[in-house]
Design a binder for this molecule. Sequence first.
Ligand SMILES: Nc1ncnc2c1ncn2[C@@H]1O[C@H](COP(=O)(O)O)[C@@H](OP(=O)(O)O)[C@H]1O
Ligand SMILES: [Mg+2]
Ligand SMILES: [Mg+2]
Ligand SMILES: [Mg+2]
Length: 351
Amino acid sequence: MSLVQEKQIAITVVSRAANLAQSVFKKLVNAETVTKKDKSPVTVADYSCQSLISLLLSKAYPNDPIVGEEDAKDLRQPTDESKQLKNRVVDLVNAELSKPQAAGEADDLELGVTRSETELLDAIDRGTFEGSAKGRMWCLDPIDGTKGFLRGGQYAVCLALLIEGKVELGVIACPNLPVDPSKPDGPRGVVFGAIKGQGAFQRPISETNGPLSKISMNSITKESIAQASFCESVESGHSSQGDSANIAKELNITKEPVRMDSQAKYCSISRGDGDIYLRLPVSASYEEKIWDHAPGRLLVAEAGGKVTDIHNKDLDFSLGRTLKNNKGVIVAHESIHGDVIKAVQKVLNVA
Ligand SMILES: Nc1ncnc2c1ncn2[C@@H]1O[C@H](COP(=O)(O)O)[C@@H](OP(=O)(O)O)[C@H]1O
Ligand SMILES: [Mg+2]
Ligand SMILES: [Mg+2]
Ligand SMILES: [Mg+2]
């Protein structure tokens, strides 16, 4: 599938949202964070980025449904707190929308024009689609790693296009990831992406008209597996760190794991900053959300890697908003994925 136009649009909208999120971070105040029912945080940036991306996507593809993490319920409450939050979202999205189209950005998105409050809230609620195995749908995590965003660490703006339940295009912007990993204190902000069958790429977010450079994972072998480095979540509640330490031991890996929030983990290993990403189940009941994995899964696959669950099954994105038929996520180069799975299954005592 060519998806050339979709790719350019996805890069444009995700990069715009990344700029918006960075501007929010610089002036975020406590009142702009809400705690959801499951105790996870959602900020004015999560709502604003979902509104911006969903609005622009629906200009380009009015018939495509969107599975997005957030909804506008909390912004539509008649309380003062809620009105304040809503006004901030409207102002922030309009500030980004009113910037004219830059060189290299996609045409036909009507950039440079502000929108009404109704349009911006309705755009957020376009993300309430329940998911499907049929036709086209977009999958959006406006800020992945909200906790990382709040602590000034890694976070990502994540967008994927699924067709017949399969990820065909994925784009992820990581505003706090170094452009050059060998210069961790150098410029930051990288957009990553992949189309199925066409390889994976990266580009600095700020270079809207710059070339996309091809990326690939480190080519690690069974013999060199002990040299591999692990990547895992910062949050011990999202992945079992005790189990991952035992898996590392099983594989004779001695390097300390690199902990970072968000799908920046998929991006890092796709360009060879790390080798293995483990997300090991902590609770029997948690179902992974499709927006936490859809673009990352394609990016890694196009960079030479393999992504399965702990049972070595493919991730199934066609069953609704969660990966209800999968448990955990195991990511490694194709050549060592089987060995990693063996170690995972031994330590977790599963087959
Ligand atoms: N108990 C749990 N187990 C696994 N993932 C969880 C979880 N609770 C929340 N998450 C998800 O973990 C994501 C962050 O992943 P990571 O730990 O890799 O940074 C969150 O995304 P958001 O930050 O978009 O809400 C959220 O969807
Ligand atoms: Mg969240
Ligand atoms: Mg997320
Ligand atoms: Mg999120």
